[in-house]
Design a protein around this ligand. Structure first.
Ligand code: F42
Length: 328
């Protein structure tokens, strides 16, 4: 059974995002993921505001990191969202990225161990009991949340791409959010996630495809909206990933050179192979076909990420009316 989520960047006012998430809820989406970048609005504040404006949709950080907030602060923040949303919070957490932390003067060290220990501390804190922690990285003499009944501990999803992070996600996560839109990427991810799970039951693990998604009644409109996002993904992807998707060096070089001239030129250099590799895009039927390919390799949640469609509300409606019913 596949569930549907939607991603919103935290770069819009809370009121606007609350409206969009409530509309997503009305259209049958089950998860709303709010991105977390220090220079955008605070993800947890937005989730708390959205929680008060919605009833059933689950609300997650998509994804926070263990460096810009301490583990105990993350524990309090997600427990607050959980309290306001009456148990709908989900903690999405990933290692963040070195470039950002370098510019902030934050030492981005041992991301694997840091994620492992941060998740451990957050889970212990959610019990509401007094705790101490003597990890390789985190040392906590005594900590206790003064609220939260410890009854329902928010699930933890790991934002992961690299092999070691994927293994760790399989080992400690209730789910994972993998930034990819193509079955080939998920075949790779599932193998590592299962390795991390090492024999434990994988059937309850929720593997989220955090996709670049664009749906419209006319394919060309969906394509037009998706190409700019794909141009960025290709420009920033390691060569090995591009090779794996059979994208020619020549096409990649053309796009990278075009970026130096103008963004419009780079968008023009996006090829159909690039769109196929890095986006779920087209009419509802086109998207259904791609989603079937993801389900076949083990994806259990499809997250509609930017741009969602040329017209976001029309796209959310198409997801609700024509795509989700196909999978029920
Ligand atoms: N990042 C954000 O900051 N904000 C977001 O809103 C966000 C959303 C998001 C959604 C889905 C998703 O999948 C990722 C998302 N990200 C977001 C990005 C995320 O935070 C990470 O940057 C992204 O997942 C890439 O991280 P990664 O999975 O590739 O892991 C990094 C750390 C990596 O390099 N991993 C390698 C690996 O094999 O997994 C090496 C890791 C490793 O082995 N490290 C060793 C260790 O001990 O930690 C140390 C190695 C050494 O000696 O330095």
């Amino acid at each position: 059974m596949v569930s549907f989520g939607i991603e919103f960047l935290a770069n819009e006012p809370a009121e606007k995002l609350a409206e969009l998430v409530a509309f997503s809820e009305e259209n049958g989406l089950e998860y709303a993921w709010i991105t977390d970048h220090y220079n955008n609005r605070d993800s947890f504040s937005l989730l708390t505001y959205i929680a008060a404006r919605t009833k059933t949709i689950k609300l997650g950080t998509g994804v926070t990191n263990p460096y810009t907030r301490t583990a105990v602060q993350l524990a309090s923040a997600i427990a607050t969202v959980n309290e306001v949303s009456e148990g709908r919070a989900v903690l999405g957490i990933g290692p963040g990225d070195k470039v950002t932390f370098d510019s902030l003067g934050i030492i981005w060290d041992k991301p694997l161990e840091t994620i492992r220990e941060t998740v451990d501390v957050i889970r212990q804190m959610q019990t509401g009991k007094k705790m101490s922690y003597d990890g390789k990285i985190l040392k906590i003499k005594s900590a206790k949340l003064n609220f939260g009944k410890g009854s329902n501990i928010p699930p933890v999803y790991i934002g992961a791409q690299g092999p070691n992070m994927l293994k760790l996600a399989g080992e400690i996560g209730d789910g994972a959010l993998v930034n990819a839109s193509h079955p080939e990427d998920f075949k790779f991810a599932v193998k590592l996630l299962k390795e991390g799970r090492s024999g434990r039951d994988f059937s309850t693990f929720d593997l989220g495809a955090y996709t670049s998604f664009s749906v419209a009644s006319k394919k060309e409109d969906a394509l037009k909206a998706a190409k700019p996002v794909t141009a960025f993904i290709v420009a920033g992807s390691p060569d090995a990933v591009l090779k794996k998707h059979g994208i020619s060096d020549n096409d990649v070089q053309k796009l990278r050179d075009a970026f130096k001239v103008s963004f419009a030129d780079a968008v023009k250099a996006v090829t159909p192979e690039m769109m196929d590799a890095f986006a779920i895009c087209g009419t509802p039927d086109d998207c259904i076909e791609k989603i079937n390919g993801l389900i076949k390799v083990g994806v259990t949640q499809v997250v509609a990420g930017s741009p969602i469609g040329p017209d976001r509300t029309a796209a959310i409606k198409l997801v609700g009316k024509e795509i989700i019913p196909h999978f029920k």
